[in-house]
Write a protein that binds this ligand. Structure first.
Ligand code: GDP
Ligand code: IMO
Ligand code: MG
Length: 427
C-alpha cells in the first residue's frame, strides 16, 4: 500500500490526531511533514488522553515508525520533554526518527515571535508565540540551522555565531530588547544534540524505502488548509504549507506516491487566533459548541471561535488538496440542536461568491448565505453504522458531501478511537 495523507480541511483542530491514531493500526510509518509545536493533536485511547505537539499520533502502536520530516520546525526542548512525558506514561518512543534536514526553533525565534506580535498591536495574528513564523522565515532566508548541523559542533558554533550576531542586532536595535547570549544557547543546544542524536535519520529515504516495499505510510497533517501560507486567510495564517502538496515537500516523496488524500472536517467550524471566519457565531449556539465540544486550544488553552459548517471554505480546501474522501468529526456535538445551519455561499455587495476571496479584508465583508436543516436531537455517541444514524443526521452528512463535492468515509461521534462510523474503509 502507498502513502495516504491526512489533511486539516478547515482552520486546524479538526481531529486529525484521533484519525491518525485510529488508522495507524494498519500503517508501518506515520510521518509529520509540516508545522511545529504550534500543533496540538489529541489522542484518546486505551493508554489515556494525550496532547501531542511534535510526536506523530501513531506513537501508541508499537509496530509503527514515527517520523518527523524535513518540513517540520523543531524546538528540541519541547521535543525532549514530550519524549519524556510519553515514556513516563509507559509509551515506547524507540521508533521515533527526526529528519536531519528539519529546522531548529531557536530561542531568538520565540523572542522575535513575541516582539513581532506585540508590535502588530490590534492587527496581531494571534500566533502561538512558539517561534514558528520566525523559524520558517529563517529557513527561507537561508539563516536557519538544521538538525543535521548539530552533528558537527564546529559547524554549529560557526553558524550560530554568525546568525546570532544578526539576530541580536535586530532584537536590540529594532525592538530595544536585550540581546541573547551565544554561550548559553550554544551549550543548551549541544546538550539537546547529545540527547537527540540517536533519533536523527535521513527520513525521506526511510519513507521511500518503505513505499518501495509496499508498506503503508500515513502523512500526518498539522494545522489546516485555511491556515496554509499560500491559500489560507493571509496574513492570518501559519507559516507552512499545510496542504497535500506540502506533504510531498515536507517528507520528501513524489506527488505520484500519494494514493489517497483524506480531508478532516469538523461537523461545524472552529478557529483560534485572529483573522476572518465568516460563519462565526457570537451567541449562545457558539457558546454551546465551545462548551460541549470542549473547544479550548490543546497548545495554548485559548477558547476557540465556533460557528456553523462553512461549505465555501471546505469546498475550496477539498479542491485545493484533491481530497479523495473526508472524515467528519465531532458530529456528536450537534446532537442537541433543533436546527442546524450550513453556509452555502458568501454574499458580497449583491453578488454570491463560491470561493473565498484571496484578500482577508474582502473576506471580512462577506456574509454567509445560510441553508437551515432539521437537527436530530438524539445522542449519536453509541452509533457505529451509518444506517443507524437518525434520518436528519444522514441528510446532514449527504448535504455536506454535496457541498464539498467529496464522499464522507468516516464519521466521528466521540473522542475515543472506537467512537467512529466507518462509511467506506480508508485503509
Ligand atoms: P487536531 O489538532 O486536528 O488533532 O485536533 P485537536 O486534538 O486539537 O482537537 C480535536 C478535539 O476534539 C480533541 O480534544 C479530540 O479529543 C476531540 N475529538 C475528536 N473527535 C471527536 C468527536 O468525534 N467527538 C468529540 N466529542 N470529540 C472529538
Ligand atoms: P493543529 O495541528 C489551530 C493558528 C494560531 C494562529 C495562526 C498562526 O492542532 O490543527 P503560528 O503560531 O502557527 O504562527 O500561529 O495559526 N494555529 C493553529 N490553529 N490548530 C493548529 O494546529 C494551529 N497551529 C497554528 O492559533 O492563529
Ligand atoms: Mg489541534
Amino acid at each position: 500500500m502507498p502513502a495516504i495523507a491526512i489533511i486539516g480541511g478547515q482552520w486546524g483542530d479538526e481531529g486529525k490526531g484521533k484519525l491518525i491514531d485510529l488508522l495507524a493500526e494498519k500503517a508501518s510509518i506515520v510521518a509529520r511533514f509540516s508545522g511545529g509545536n504550534n500543533a496540538g493533536h489529541t489522542v484518546v485511547n486505551e493508554f489515556g488522553e494525550f496532547g501531542l505537539h511534535m510526536i506523530p499520533s501513531g506513537v501508541f502502536h508499537s509496530h509503527v515508525d514515527c517520523l518527523i520530516g524535513n518540513g517540520v520546525v523543531i524546538n528540541p526542548r519541547v521535543l525532549i520533554s514530550e519524549i519524556e512525558t510519553l515514556q513516563g506514561r509507559g509509551i515506547d518512543v524507540s521508533r521515533l526518527f527526526i529528519s536531519d534536514r528539519a529546522h531548529l526553533i531557536m530561542p531568538y525565534h520565540l523572542l522575535l515571535d513575541a516582539l513581532e506580535e506585540d508590535a502588530r498591536g490590534k492587527s496581531a495574528i494571534g500566533t502561538t508565540r512558539l517561534g514558528i513564523g520566525p523559524a520558517y522565515a529563517d529557513k527561507v532566508s537561508r539563516l536557519g540551522i538544521r538538525f543535521g548541523d548539530l552533528l558537527d559542533k564546529d559547524l554549529f558554533r560557526r553558524r550560530l555565531r554568525a546568525i546570532l550576531n544578526h539576530k541580536n542586532t535586530i532584537i536590540s536595535r529594532v525592538f530595544g530588547a536585550s540581546p541573547l547570549s551565544f554561550d548559553e544557547i550554544y551549550q543548551e543546544y549541544c546538550n539537546y544534540a547529545d540527547r537527540l542524536l540517536p533519533f536523527i535519520r535521513e527520513t525521506s529515504l526511510m519513507v521511500n524505502e518503505a513505499l518501495e516495499k509496499g508498506d503503508t505510510v500515513l502523512l500526518e497533517g498539522a494545522q489546516g488548509t485555511m491556515l496554509d501560507i499560500d491559500f489560507g486567510t493571509y496574513p492570518y495564517v501559519t507559516s507552512s504549507s499545510c496542504t497535500a502538496g506540502g506533504a510531498c515537500l515536507g517528507i520528501g516523496i513524489s506527488p505520484l506516491q500519494i494514493d489517497k488524500i483524506i480531508g478532516v472536517y469538523k461537523a461545524y467550524t472552529t478557529r483560534v487566533g485572529g483573522g476572518p471566519m465568516p460563519t462565526e457565531l457570537r451567541d449562545a449556539t457558539g457558546d454551546m459548541m465551545r462548551e460541549r465540544g470542549k473547544e479550548y486550544g490543546t497548545t495554548t488553552g485559548r477558547p476557540r471561535r465556533c460557528g456553523w459548517f462553512d461549505g465555501v471554505a471546505t469546498r475550496f480546501s477539498a479542491r485545493l488538496n484533491g481530497f479523495t474522501g473526508t472524515a467528519l468529526t465531532k458530529f456528536d456535538i450537534l446532537d442537541t440542536l433543533p436546527t442546524i445551519k450550513i453556509c452555502t455561499g458568501y454574499g458580497l455587495e449583491g453578488t454570491v461568491l463560491d470561493n473565498p476571496p484571496p484578500n482577508f479584508a474582502t473576506l471580512e465583508k462577506c456574509r454567509p448565505i445560510w441553508e437551515e436543516m432539521p437537527g436530530w436531537q438524539t445522542s449519536t455517541h453509541h452509533i457505529r453504522n451509518f444506517d443507524d444514524l437518525p434520518r436528519e443526521a444522514r441528510q446532514y452528512v449527504k448535504r455536506i458531501e454535496e457541498l464539498v463535492g467529496c464522499p464522507v468515509d468516516l464519521i466521528s461521534v466521540g473522542p475515543n478511537r472506537d467512537q467512529s462510523i466507518i462509511v467506506r474503509p480508508i485503509l
